[in-house]
Design a protein around this ligand. Structure first.
Ligand code: COA
Length: 258
C-alpha cells in the first residue's frame, strides 16, 4: 500500500515505519495518524515481520507534535473527539500491538511526538533528541495519553514538572529519567536499534513475546490483576509450538528455530 505521509519498509523480519513530513517536522495530522494505524495493522498481520521500528524522516525531528494547524479552531467536543480517536487509532493501538514496537527518537519528540514514543514498547534516542510535552504553552493539556504514560515512565513529580514547565529535556536527561533506554549518535540510531536490539528479539519466541507484552501491559490496566494475567499467559504458553521448539532445542543443545 502507498501512503502520503509515511514510509514503510521491511528487511530480515524487521519493519521500519518512518513518519515522512520533514517540512512540518513530521507533525501528526489526521491523515498521518490513520496511515500509521493502517500500516501498523498490516505489519501486525504480516508473518515475516517480527519487530517494528518507528522513526522520523530527516535529522531534526522524530515528531514535533500533533499538527497544531488542524485543531486551532476546535471546540470542546471536537477536542475530546480528537483525543479519543487518536488514542484509539494510534497510541493505545501501538501499546497493545502483539509485536514489539520500538521508537527510534531521532530529534524533537514533542507533544504528540513524545506521546507516540511513549506508546511504543520502549525507546532509543539519538544524542540530539529533545523531548517534552509543551501543550500547556498552547492552552491545552496532552491528549494522546501523555499525562498517564509520562507519569508511569518518569514518576509523578518529574512528569508534573515537565508538563507544567512545558520545557524540553535532552536525550541524556531522558535516559537518566528512564524515558529512553539508550542514547547513541544519530548516525548509529537505526543500526544500533536494528543490530543490537531488534536482532536479539528475533531470536526469541514471537508467541511468548506477544504474551509478555499482554502481561506487562496488564500491570497498568485498571481493574486487571496483572499477576493473574501472567499466570494465564504463562499457562497458555505451554500449549504453543514455540514452547515445544524452545524446550526441545534447549534439551538437544541447539538454537531454537521459531
Ligand atoms: N504542528 C504543525 N506544524 C508544525 C508543528 C506542529 N506541532 N511543529 C512544527 N511545525 C511546522 C512549522 O509550522 C513550520 O512550518 P512552516 O515552515 O510552514 O512555517 C515547520 O514545521 C518548521 O518548524 P519551525 O517552527 O520553523 O522550526 P524551528 O526549528 O524554528 O522550531 C520547534 C522547532 C520544534 C521548536 C517548533 O517547531 C515548535 O515549537 N513546534 C511545536 C511544538 C509543539 O508545541 N508541539 C505540541 C503540539 S500539541
Amino acid at each position: 500500500m502507498s501512503y502520503n505521509n509515511i514510509l514503510v519498509s521491511s528487511k530480515d523480519n524487521i519493519a521500519q515505519v518512518t513518519i515522512n513530513r520533514p517540512e512540518k517536522l513530521n507533525a501528526l495530522n489526521k491523515e498521518t495518524i490513520l496511515e500509521l494505524h493502517n500500516a501498523l495493522g498490516d505489519l501486525e498481520e504480516e508473518d515475516s515481520v517480527r519487530v517494528i521500528i518507528i522513526t522520523g524522516a530527516g535529522e531534526k525531528a522524530f515528531v514535533a507534535g500533533a499538527d497544531i494547524s488542524e485543531f486551532a479552531d476546535f471546540d470542546e467536543e471536537q477536542g475530546a473527539e480528537l483525543a479519543r480517536e487518536g488514542q484509539r487509532l494510534l497510541f493505545d493501538f501501538i501499546e497493545n500491538l502483539s509485536k514489539p514496537v520500538i521508537a527510534a527518537v531521532n530529534g524533537f519528540a514533542l507533544g504528540g511526538g513524545l506521546e507516540l514514543a511513549m506508546a511504543c514498547h520502549f525507546r532509543v534516542a539519538s544524542t540530539n533528541a529533545k523531548m517534552g510535552l509543551p501543550e500547556v504553552s498552547l492552552g491545552v493539556i496532552p491528549g494522546y495519553g501523555g499525562t498517564q504514560r509520562l507519569s508511569l515512565l518518569v514518576g509523578k513529580g518529574k512528569a508534573m514538572e515537565m508538563i507544567m514547565t512545558a520545557g524540553m529535556i535532552s536525550a541524556e536527561e531522558a535516559k537518566e529519567y528512564k524515558l529512553v533506554n539508550y542514547v547513541v549518535p544519530q548516525e548509529e540510531l537505526l543500526p544500533f536499534t536494528e543490530e543490537s536490539i531488534a536482532t536479539k528479539i528475533l531470536r526469541n519466541s514471537p508467541l511468548a513475546i506477544s504474551a509478555a507484552i499482554r502481561a506487562v501491559n496488564a500491570c497498568y490496566q485498571d481493574g486487571v490483576n496483572g499477576f493473574e494475567t501472567e499466570i494465564e499467559e504463562f499457562g497458555n504458553s505451554f500449549g504453543t509450538d514455540d514452547f515445544i521448539e524452545g524446550t526441545t532445542a534447549f534439551l538437544e543443545k541447539r538454537k531454537a528455530n521459531f
